[in-house]
Design a protein around this ligand. Sequence first.
Ligand code: TEU
Length: 552
Amino acid sequence: MKRTWWKEGVVYQIYPRSYMDSTGNGIGDIPGIISKLDYIKSLGVDIIWLCPVYESPNDDNGYDISDYRKISDEFGGDTAFDELLSEMHARGLKLVMDLVANHSSDEHRWFEESRKSKDSPYRDYYFWKPGKNGQPPNNWTSFFSGSTWQYDELTDEYFLHLFTKKQPDLNWENPKVRQEIYDIMHYWFRKGVDGFRMDVISLISKQLHFPDAQNPENYNKTINAHYANGPRIHEYLHEMHEEVLSKYDIMTVGEGPGINLDNGPLYVDEDRKELHMVFHFDHMFIDNGPGGKYDPIDLNFIRFKEVFSLWDKRLKKQGWGSIFLGNHDFSRMVSRFGNDKAFREDSAKMLAMLLLTMRGTVYIYQGDEIGMTNVAFPSIEEYNDVETLNSWKEAEANGRDMNAFLKLVHKQSRDNARTPMQWDDSVHAGFTLAEPWLKINPNYKTINVASEERDDNSILNFYRKMIAYRKSDDCLVYGDYLDLAPEDSCLFAYARWNDQNKYLVLLNFSDSDYAVPSDIDTTGYDSAISNMDGFNGKILQPWQGVVLKKQS
Ligand code: TEU
């Protein structure tokens, strides 16, 4: 297994709108991030992944880019970005940007030109099709509700948008489009950026005959059958590798629906020369029913563990994994996988133990290091996320019980992860002096960075301890992994080992004491780190995690 900085590094993800506002307009910005770099460094992380900061009309908060070479003025513009990069490098932190290349904004110059006429030299930068009997070209539905086709009167054709109608899909079949994207990547790499997280990269190659979906109501099936892993995806990524990625010492992590155990290695197998890592969603979509996230099912813990084991096994010889339990698109990790009521602190710490003892590169989402939780705004008016708002409209149109749907919004909305960072207990949580763009979670009076800084036993200080612990032995990064109790309904128990060391990790995912099964032999091990005091080798307290290290 080849050793590299991006395998050993711990990544901290920032959603810039919600991190820190320096100007007093209620919106987080880059100077705000710069003012928090010492805090970020103090966590012990090595890499920051910054969600999009480019110029954008913000229909989807930056995932709709109107100029790929310009940093949005709202975030501080190019000057602020250059300063961020140099301040980060001065502290030994690397910067990974978000590359959103499946689609642009409809306000990008390419699209504005493309719309103008069927003969525009930019027409083929996007997918334009005539309708069928006054209807869209096919029955595909967008990730964010409604048809994926938007009619445009000017030329009497429809254009494709897998996300909102302000996010038209780029046509990667067109070599000029690919070259444009490669040039943009060179531009940022030459500036010194250390990598890209590639947004929905699994969707860039399309099925050009645009077949109707057979089961449009089963959204996951449709994604796999028609949207993801198109026929030329690996050809494009290999080309991107040859033209751009191979020329720099950078890291890449591709994101995407439809990335699964069968095709995952095709993206990340080192010999294939495509990407370094992918974000798959097998554990993140685990509570989605056939109709998607607003048709939820109970979390199956055995399946949850199995996802980690299967992916580890699949990638151990052919690539490298990404370990994460939350990001800006999902509800808060402690609310989903832990217990954010009676055991918030314990379970948040235990989940940190899971993240930081798995094989793969670890990604920590802002706010998880202080145990931030889901929010439950009393009315839909207080939500901002376009996915949430569109799902709401669709549910209304379908005559669903809207009180029940509001409860689903509380559970599933992406805004759970987007409420501003809770820095202290002052007004607006120290995030801004103005009215914030999205309301602060009312629990900021008790859950905030300042109070956790003062408490040696806080979640924050536990994260620092756990990150340092992971880094104390690269067995925890590269060492082998085996689930020791895959059928156990409460316990996640696994071994990590290499030629020098061996660890047992025992995590009690329940609200009760739990006896370690007798076939897990802990003799000859010392308790090395735990999220709470006291472990007698036999009984784990509710949400207790322990890492045991074999005596040498
Ligand atoms: O997300 C891709 C994606 O798969 C999401 O649509 C996901 O299914 C959904 O958010 C789960 O609720 C990426 C970005 O991370 C997301 O923020 C963007 O909205 C989206 O792409 C479009 O660029």
